[in-house]
Design a protein around this ligand. Structure first.
Ligand SMILES: [Zn+2]
Length: 418
């Protein structure tokens, strides 16, 4: 009901961020690469979930997992009008420590800051960690938030498979969940009045501006396409070049064409995952499976870029006598975050002496999925090198703590007395 520091003054007590960070840091980190392998429904994921649950309960929050495996930690009663914040704890293969985790840790530290300032939310505050945001295991990014909001068919989701052929349904069952229950939860979604996701910046816009924290304007449309090049397996030492039907050549030509198409359209096109089958070092492979990630500032440019890559793949395949199939695995339309909420957040931060510039981004987030259903905003914390989805991803402690203060101010404004 009350706040110890009314009138828009920032809470001043030092945040608990560093302690929380140290505690989470070792979970799911590969000792050799230093990168994170926090894939959904694996032991590393279970450790992260247990950590979050423990930390939330320590703060007096009540944790309710939803049917899709997203964890919701309630401060106050589970009632409509709740203000939500959080991010995800899963990672890309050998991902950085900040992507997703920063939003979850800052949310917990922001609760500490608010509690230290004797704040109690007038509207319930809920912290969330979404499942399979990266799509690193089952190929569909933002799976937890898409299932929650009903934009992905639960039947199709249950049949998604990982690289070992394990279905989502099997993985959830092994983790002790009932995959029959997955799907939309309109009551939960409609009970949220706002969602604010804090995230490490994936890019390097804040550094030259000298700002620790920024506010998202929107998210570029983006998607993933799977390309299967099928040729003929043969002996690397005896098959004559003229006789080969080598899918690797068709794939290689496509990669180069994707780079050209991206440059021509001012877009981004990336092949970051490829599987050669059967994968013998002394054989022409029988098939190459590759995943194209494409992003652009608008829908038309994205479509044109993908069409160009696809035509190149068809041409390269025909030249090599290789069969091609292309399947869109996901496509996310352009997201424009709620302007009213953005302006309100900008006002709160500016009044507290933390002016935050507004930035566009090419990276997808659960906030982008929720933005279609409720007022949603994002805060970015400066990434000095801009590198992300890599063990080199970094944010300075002082900037992370500035993120905690910014998030606490925003939550106090949204969930506090009017
Ligand atoms: Zn993320």
């Amino acid at each position: 009901m009350s706040s110890a520091s009314p009138g828009g003054r920032p809470p001043l007590s030092p945040p608990s961020f560093a302690d929380l960070w140290r505690d989470l840091e070792p979970l799911g980190r590969d000792p050799v690469t230093g990168g994170y392998r926090r894939y959904s429904w694996t032991p590393a994921d279970a450790q992260c979930r247990a950590w979050f649950t423990r930390q939330a309960e320590k703060r007096g929050l009540t944790v309710h997992p939803d049917a899709n495996g997203n964890l919701w930690a309630w401060w106050g009663p589970q009632e409509p009008g709740a203000v939500a914040t959080g991010s995800h704890l899963d990672s890309v293969p050998d991902g950085g420590g900040f992507d997703g985790a920063l939003g979850v840790v800052t949310a917990l530290a922001a609760v500490d800051l608010l509690q230290e300032n004797n704040f109690y939310p007038e509207r319930p505050l809920v912290l969330v960690t979404f499942t399979e945001e990266e799509g690193a295991r089952f190929g569909l990014p933002c799976l937890g938030s898409r299932l929650l909001t009903g934009v992905v068919d639960p039947n199709a989701a249950r049949d998604l498979t990982d690289d070992a052929g394990v279905t989502l349904a099997q993985a959830m069952t092994s983790a002790g969940l009932d995959p029959a229950q997955i799907g939309p939860d309109p009551a939960l979604v409609e009970g949220l009045s706002a969602f604010v996701e804090l995230h490490v910046e994936q890019g390097r816009a804040l550094e030259p501006m000298g700002s620790a924290v920024g506010i998202a304007e929107g998210i570029w449309p983006h998607g993933r396409w799977r390309l299967d090049f099928t040729g003929q397996a043969d002996h690397a030492g005896t098959a004559r070049l003229a006789d080969r039907r080598d899918p690797m050549l068709a794939y290689a030509g496509t990669v180069l064409a994707a780079r050209r198409a991206a440059a021509e359209h001012g877009a981004l096109a990336t092949f970051g995952k490829v599987i050669a089958e059967p994968g013998g070092s002394n054989a022409v492979c029988s098939a190459v499976r590759a995943w194209l990630d494409a992003r652009a500032a608008d829908e038309a440019t994205l479509s044109e870029t993908v069409t160009d890559v696809r035509s190149a793949a068809e041409r390269c395949s025909a030249e090599q006598g290789v069969t091609l199939s292309v399947r869109q695995e996901s496509r996310t339309p352009v997201v424009r975050f709620d302007e009213g909420l953005r302006d309100r957040i900008a006002g709160v931060l500016a009044a507290a002496g933390m002016p935050a510039p507004v930035l566009p981004t090419g990276a997808g987030h659960d906030a982008g999925v929720l933005a279609a259903r409720l007022p949603t905003a994002m805060l970015f914390v400066r990434n000095p090198t801009g590198v992300s989805h890599s063990p080199a991803e970094h944010a300075d402690l002082a900037d992370c703590e500035a993120g905690v203060r910014a998030l606490a101010l925003v939550l106090r404004d949204l969930a506090g007395p009017k």
